[in-house]
Design a binder for this molecule. Structure first.
Ligand code: CTP
Length: 404
């Protein structure tokens, strides 16, 4: 994917260097364009070194007639060669110029010549962001089809607290990759995904849970959104931001997860149950904090509802994918869970294996399919594994339809 990164002249300009790197790590070719005020905040050399490319700094910055002539058409070449234009930080001034169609420099000229997707990440002082002039400009740009990544709230460089901070560069990069992703083979699908652990209350301050980080489920959600699906992510408590474009439904307990899944099931075409759901919940959680005593205490536990099995009984012609976290007999256990819970595929992984356990960024799984096939997916990032799960899921659905 070819991306132009336009950098405006705001204090957050330094974060654009991290964004350039995050985009390249996700496989994008990055051409940086700095406004002249951005070049006051951060040197073009920083970006040239990071992207290994000449940085464009201004429209008529060159001096010789030849250079002026070649740079005067450069904005057209850059506009034609790139799929996405992301502007971060997009200052109030740039936003106003884009909205009005003014083109006094390279970046604003490029904006007018650009026919690909435009993503704007505004960052400025809270009052400037909230000003009706900025808000009207933003509405205008959004109505034009530009993607707006709203600023985060937090402590700003001017010492005040409020909306205006540039979002984390990694989140901006994820959004750029998602919006600009060329493969939209999940367009039209509604994918219901569960992720993370559940928490079963003992009393108002204590709970029973497990080590699930949610990374696999969130990677699946990000991959699905990138490939064009509507994604509903029912998530237990985790420490991860919701991937771009995903509808997050936060839950705590297995009971809440079950209710959320059943509520969203009618809309879903594919269900992926990657959550590590507690198998038991405390029979009678205490309404007040339990006080310690010297005596031994025991907790009475009741089984939770098996959500995957319940969905399996009500799935209709939806594709149902479960997970199996095992410490031995991977394929046999995966197959048993697929049969007993009426899933179409089980993603089985050895949670005890070095390097791929809970919280890791990589995974190595075995897919057990209703067709009888067993497919080993070698160690890769969870995001790459997620894409392969979808590749096989789409093939599986075709095979199952062909049979029926
Ligand atoms: N699952 C579920 N509801 C539960 C327990 C599990 O929906 N109450 C789902 C998980 O999300 C996963 C699959 O069932 O997709 C298998 O989970 P796992 O913990 O591996 O298996 P269990 O059914 O709990 O079996 P066991 O404890 O015997 O391994």
């Amino acid at each position: 994917m070819n991306v132009v990164l336009g950098v405006g002249g705001g204090i957050a300009a330094y974060k654009a260097a991290e964004l350039a790197r995050a985009l390249m790590e996700r496989g994008a070719n990055v051409q940086v364009v700095l406004t002249s005020s951005a070049a006051e905040f951060i040197r073009p050399l920083t970006f040239a070194a990071l992207t290994n490319r000449k940085v464009i700094t201004d429209l008529f910055g060159s001096s010789s007639a030849d250079e002026i002539l070649s740079s005067s058409v450069e904005h057209i070449r850059v506009a034609q060669d790139n799929d996405v234009l992301v502007v971060a930080p997009a200052t109030a001034d740039l936003i106003a110029k884009f909205a009005a169609g003014l083109a006094p420099d390279f970046l604003t000229t490029l904006y007018l010549a650009f026919t690909g997707k435009v993503i704007l990440a505004p960052a400025m002082n809270t009052n400037m962001w909230n000003h009706p002039a900025t808000q009207e400009n933003i509405e205008k740009l959004a109505a034009r089809g530009n993607y707006i990544l709203p600023p985060d709230e937090g402590l700003l460089a001017c010492g005040t607290t409020g909306a205006g901070r540039l979002p984390d560069p990694v989140r901006i990069a994820e959004a750029v990759v998602s919006i600009g992703h060329p493969r939209k083979d999940l367009d039209g699908e509604t994918i219901l995904i569960t992720a993370g652990p559940t928490q079963e209350a003992i009393d108002p301050v204590r709970f029973i849970s497990n080590h699930s980080s949610g990374k696999m489920g969130y990677s699946i959600a990000a991959a699905a959104a990138c490939r064009g699906a509507r994604v509903i992510l029912v998530s237990g408590p985790v420490n991860l931001p919701a991937p771009y474009g995903v509808e997050l439904v936060p839950v705590k307990s297995a009971g809440e997860m079950r209710d959320a899944v059943m509520r969203h099931l009618p809309a879903a075409t594919i269900i992926i149950k990657s959550a590590a759901v507690a198998d038991y919940h405390v029979a009678n959680p205490a309404p007040q904090k339990l006080k310690k005593t010297p005596a031994r205490m025991s907790l009475e536990l009741d089984p939770t509802v098996d959500i995957l099995a319940e969905v399996g009984r009500n799935k209709g012609d939806r594709l149902l994918i479960g997970f199996a976290a095992e410490t031995q007999n991977l394929v046999a256990e995966g197959r048993r869970k697929m049969e007993t819970k009426n899933a179409d595929m089980v993603v089985a992984n050895l949670v005890s294996k070095e390097g791929i356990g809970f919280g890791a960024d990589v995974n190595e799984v075995t897919l057990v399919l209703r067709t009888g096939e067993v497919i080993a997916i070698p160690r890769a990032t969870k995001r790459a594994v997620a894409d392969q799960i979808f590749d096989h899921a789409l093939n599986l659905r075709l095979a199952l339809h062909a049979r029926s």
